[in-house]
Ligand binder design. Structure first.
Ligand code: MF3
Ligand code: CO
Ligand code: CO
Length: 296
């Protein structure tokens, strides 16, 4: 015979005594659920495939290659080069290390890396554009090594930056840092978004909404979507074994964007500078571990 427990309504006070509504508290944190049961529930309800230790090892190896690729680009960048030269460096370095550049032919993308300059937000196609002193340039590298994907990007200065370039790059870098600091079990995707949005907007900058972070590892873009805006406590609860990117795109001016006729390049509608930083992160029992730990 089943024990009869009083049914708790989602809007009732949480029985744990937190003072929050049940739906905002212990309803979000199923207790006594085995790791296998959590994995099955995340797969069934959200299409999220949690990563085991061997998967994480493999993504970390792909991530090491992504970080090395970004460092190679950092060493070679200088005024006067065309963005398609960066594509050639990334393409050759990736193949030489036994990996494949994920962007190449992805949904028709024609190159091996995204290169986005100044007012370009993301998905810039490398080509004849020449980098000038004072430009900022984002290089977004995704490599597939032994079937596993890792995805990271950085925004670099070309020569000596002006004050606006310095500001937007500093704010975007700090947005990623704060987003990663919000990654730990029982926090939510909304906590990550809020950490980013609240800081960016307090600095007078804006957060792009049309592009989001994403699950990654077995594929280029997996569930969940990871918005860089949101409200504390909203959205999916983070659990150990989740691997996703955080990749805030931050504009110096307004957040609206246009897509160029090449159907890929996103640019700020007001022409203001935009910067981005991205890492692939793992939710651990303790918090957050980067699988693409670049330093700049
Ligand atoms: N690397 C990008 C991201 O962070 C996606 C680029 S898609 C491409 O999700 F086709 F433009 F390469
Ligand atoms: Co990404
Ligand atoms: Co990327």
């Amino acid at each position: 015979m089943n024990l009869k427990l009083p049914k708790i309504g989602r809007n009732d006070p949480c029985p744990c005594g937190s003072g929050l509504k049940f739906k905002k508290c212990c309803a979000l944190k199923p207790q006594n659920e085995s790791p296998a049961a959590v994995a099955a529930r995340y797969a069934r309800d959200y299409g999220i495939r949690l990563k085991g230790p061997e998967d994480v090892e493999a993504i970390r190896r792909a991530g090491r290659l992504v970080v090395d690729t970004l460092e190679l680009v950092a060493r070679r960048l200088r005024p006067g080069i065309a963005t398609e030269e960066i594509d050639r460096w990334v393409h050759e370095f990736t193949l030489r290390h036994g990996a494949r550049p994920a962007p190449l032919h992805y949904r028709g993308f024609p190159k091996s890396v995204c290169v986005s300059v100044n007012e370009e937000i993301c998905h810039g196609i490398p080509g004849g554009r020449i980098l000038r002193e004072g430009d900022i340039v984002n290089v977004d590298v995704t490599s597939v090594l032994e079937g596993y994907y890792a995805d990271a990007n950085r925004t670099f200065f070309v020569g000596t930056p002006g004050p606006e370039a310095r500001k937007i790059v500093a704010v975007a870098r700090e947005c990623l840092r704060r987003g990663m600091a919000a990654v730990k079990p029982a926090n939510t995707l909304g906590d990550i978004g809020w950490a980013i949005q609240s800081y960016a907007e307090a600095q007078g900058c804006s957060v792009v909404r049309e592009f989001v972070g994403h699950g990654v590892g077995f594929d280029f873009h997996e569930p969940p979507q990871v918005p860089h805006f949101g409200r504390p406590g909203s959205g999916l609860v983070l659990v150990p074994g989740m691997v996703f990117t955080i990749e805030p795109m931050i504009n110096l001016g307004r957040r609206e964007l246009n897509i160029l006729p090449d159907r890929w390049t996103a640019v700020t509608r007001d022409g203001s500078l935009s910067a981005q930083f991205e890492q692939t992160v793992l939710v651990t029992a303790e918090g957050c571990e980067s699988l693409t730990p670049w330093e700049d």
